[in-house]
Design a protein around this ligand. Sequence first.
Ligand code: ADP
Ligand code: MG
Length: 515
Amino acid sequence: MPLSCQFGYCWIVVFWEYITVNDVLLRMSNIIKRFPGVLALDSAQLEVKAGEVHALLGENGAGKSTLIKVLGGIYRPESGEIEIAGKKVVIGNIHDARLNGVSIIHQELMTIPEMTIADNIFLGRLTTKKGFLDDKAMVKKAQQLLDEAGLELDANDKLGSLSIANQQMIEILRAISFGARIIVMDEPTSSLTDKEVEVLFQAIRKLKATGIGIIYISHRMSELYEISDRITVMRDGKYIGTVDTATSDRSQLISMMVGRELSSFYTKTPYVPDRKILEVEHLSDGKTVRDVSFDVCKGEILGFAGLIGAGRSETMKCLFGLSKRKSGKVLLDGKEITTKNPKSAMQQGIGLVPENRKAEGMYPQRDISFNTSIEMLPYFIKGIHVNKKKELEIVEKYTTKMRVKTPSLSQLISKLSGGNQQKVIISRWLATNPKVLILDEPTRGIDVGAKSEIYAIINELAKEGMSIVFISSELPELINMCDRIVVMNQGKVAGVLDGNFTQEAIMRLATKDIK
Ligand code: ADP
Ligand code: MG
């Protein structure tokens, strides 16, 4: 063709002779890859066109990363074929991948924060003039790339001084400067703000326009709808199918991912009215939480909806003794309780699974057993001895109840998938035998299969008589799982919905003007 790349310079164009937008750029077929005991790729396939954003979707363990690593020359498959621009290629190592124009932007950034932007872009192939490093030319080229990408940055800036989003952009520029024609992004938005995601998407659209094929891996369905042209779904290492994003629907995609119909996605038993268990009256923390009142009945699932910053998490932290209560009353089973700190809240029968399990809940360097029993540990200690038998009994009981999938309870929690980590943290609170369990965004960042399981478990707990407070930013899960929904707005209760929930009704309360 050749395409003129908006970002690049002439030597990028070398690869582009034989391919135009919409031609097949990459075809992987019959890829088989085994790890000890696992068939990670079972005849997997993928086809990407030039100028296309192709999303790869599948639950944890579906084989997405392995497929990408085969493409990137990190793993050698047992069998299978890779064609790039109509030519059969063998990608035996990272170098081969690069020569064939494949560039992978990994989840963990691979750049070096102490070096400058220019150094990072040209990392591993510093330009030389008569055998010396030609710093000037390098900086000039780097600056040109930055300017063309519309990034207001100086090529001499240290990479470490940039936001994660900008560091990621530098990785993209690095890929472009290598002459990449297939760029893979593995969960690129997991640590970006909404605004940064928009900037990334703009960059992706520019790349598309130059005929680069982009493989985009993400859990976030709404993002796939915004940015991708086609979606390939994988399950258990197998190719399930490829759909055009524009004509596909979410429930179809979810059934493809989990291998069953969506009707069984939410489990909810009709609620039988019972007595009030928790009553919160005029709770304020003097800052975000303003005069909040609500109640929860025995066996009820009470949802909390609201925009980010509406004060839902703060309300629960105040109630749980993690932040100071300025005024207000809390009654449990009709008796007033003081919750000076989490320990007293716990002893009185309240449990809280925090929003950010990585920062607030998990002990990543410890095993499942420790992570489950930590709150109960003081009760297993007699003198200087821990009653190991009792501890194990409790750990086994609750990890089984929560269906934690692991070969052993001495597995490090950080080795588990997000869904299983969350189940361990919930097990910990179940072990304290609470009357009221507060779950703050319990399904955030976990795949759909694990979500569905967590819904089933929440339903089961409520059926057994536990009261659940369920904070979520995903309206469909609140609507399908809750008996009533409290909508918060600017630190106050904007309204309580009792059945017949609609997204519109919730959003109206969440966004109305509040005095
Ligand atoms: P995804 O990226 O879709 O979550 P992966 O490609 O990481 O899935 O994993 C696919 C399967 O291969 C899983 O069962 C996983 O446990 C296994 N697996 C991945 N990498 C390795 C490895 N280096 N050693 C052993 N097993 C692995
Ligand atoms: Mg992966």
